[in-house]
Design a protein around this ligand. Structure first.
Ligand SMILES: [Zn+2]
Length: 163
């Protein structure tokens, strides 16, 4: 289950564009503070949306996950995100774990939730079963999703260094 936009008090997007075929997941970290309770994570998600709305049409990610173990709806399954550049936004679902995971991994609750969300995308037909999983750094010149978290996802099913 995912905490919907209305549940976290999202602002309306400036515009939306339907996504095409979804063939990959791209994993991010937000940098900045972590959050360990629903109220703290809602506050972080709102703050990230406010920042992204100053540059883009809406919060950039399709989903966000907190160390409270909850997933938060960003643009969702059907709307093209703004998280990995034009080449990849159009065919990927971007999942961001809230926090900076350069020197520590997200906690078990967050990791479990990311994996559950990935499975949900496949089970619900929103992603192809042969999806590829990447860290943001695999498709762009960035340190995202943080060294420690990146190491974790390279052990997950369907991980691919090459897009
Ligand atoms: Zn990223």
């Amino acid at each position: 289950s995912v905490i919907s936009r209305s549940e976290w008090g999202a602002r309306a997007p400036k515009s939306t564009q339907t996504i095409g075929s979804r063939v990959r997941y791209i994993i991010h970290h937000s940098t900045g503070p972590s959050c360990f309770s629903r109220s703290a994570c809602v506050s972080r998600v709102r703050s990230i949306q406010n920042y992204h709305l100053s540059k883009w049409d809406d919060i950039g990610y399709n989903f966000l996950v907190g160390e409270d173990g909850n997933a938060y709806e960003g643009r969702g399954w059907n709307i093209k995100g703004a998280h990995a550049g034009p080449l990849y936004n159009s065919n990927s679902i971007g999942i961001c774990v809230i926090g900076d995971f350069t020197s520590s991994s997200p906690n078990a609750a967050a990791l479990r939730k990311v994996q559950a969300l990935i499975k949900c995308g496949v089970d619900s037909g929103n992603l192809t079963a042969t999806y590829k999983l990447h860290g943001h750094r695999d498709v762009s010149n960035t340190e995202c999703n943080g060294d420690r978290f990146y190491r974790v996802i390279t052990e997950w099913p369907n991980y691919s260094r090459t897009p």
